[in-house]
Write a new protein. Structure first.
Length: 99
């Protein structure tokens, strides 16, 4: 029997500073490396779909949310008041998946 690969959605809410990008890459690369090195015994790999919610306003489609095993939200260095619309959209998304 094949082992199911866990799936994660990564909501990218900011861009790392240039020094971090130079040394470690963008958030999908950083989180991918972190999660890959932290996999528990018995899990060989995972799938992660990044969504650029800050710049591209790209969100996971509501009809596939239940296919994810987890949703990770990156931090942001911006003031909350600048992106209140984005925060509201993320809150709506979370409210649809929380149990």
């Amino acid at each position: 029997m094949a082992t199911r690969i866990p799936r994660l959605a990564l909501l990218v809410c900011d861009t790392p500073i240039p020094e971090v990008i130079k040394d470690h890459g963008e958030y999908p690369t950083i989180f991918g490396r972190l999660f890959r090195t932290s996999l528990p015994d018995g899990i060989a790999d995972f799938a992660m779909d990044p969504y650029d919610v800050r710049n591209a306003k790209d969100y996971p489609p509501m009809d596939i949310l239940d296919t994810y095993d987890g949703i990770v939200i990156t931090g942001s260095g911006d003031a909350l008041v600048q992106f209140i619309g984005q925060v509201n959209l993320i809150s709506q998304l979370i409210s649809r998946i929380s149990i």
